[in-house]
Design a protein around this ligand. Structure first.
Ligand code: AMP
Ligand code: ZN
Length: 115
């Protein structure tokens, strides 16, 4: 499935609900988390609806690699100079709340207070 009409992140991709976007290309989108855990907290998502990492495979190698590889550029542009954390929550035990793959990138002091 390329998009799920009930998925909140697919709706952001489609422009049906607003987001504070920081990056977009044909494959991925990055925007600020609505409830940040850190001074800078962005989510990087594939435009393709993949519900969780449970559903990902080698066919998604380039897409998932791009999400990771774009993150240093975005954090530099957002003024984060002292490091950051990447987090991906998967499934029930991973405490995943939004069922569309997303990479949290959190910068600034003590981004691990939650999560
Ligand atoms: P997770 O537990 O990894 O599924 O986290 C989902 C994240 O999505 C949380 O940090 C939420 O604050 C964030 N979130 C949910 N809805 C939105 C939204 N409409 N715009 C931006 N971030 C959102
Ligand atoms: Zn989706």
């Amino acid at each position: 499935m390329s998009a799920d009409p009930h998925c909140i992140f697919c709706k952001i991709v489609a422009g049906q609900i607003p987001a504070k976007k920081v990056y977009e290309d044909e494959d991925i989108l990055a925007f600020h988390d609505i409830h940040p855990w850190a001074p800078v907290h962005i989510l990087i998502i594939p435009k393709l609806h993949i519900a969780s990492m449970v559903d990902a495979g080698l066919q998604h190698q380039a897409l998932l690699g791009k999400m990771m590889a774009v993150s240093p550029q975005l954090m530099r542009e957002l003024g984060v100079t002292n490091g950051y954390r990447h987090v991906m929550n998967t499934g029930a035990d991973g405490r995943q709340e939004v069922p569309h793959v997303h990479l949290h990138v959190m910068g600034g002091p003590r981004p691990w207070l939650k999560g």
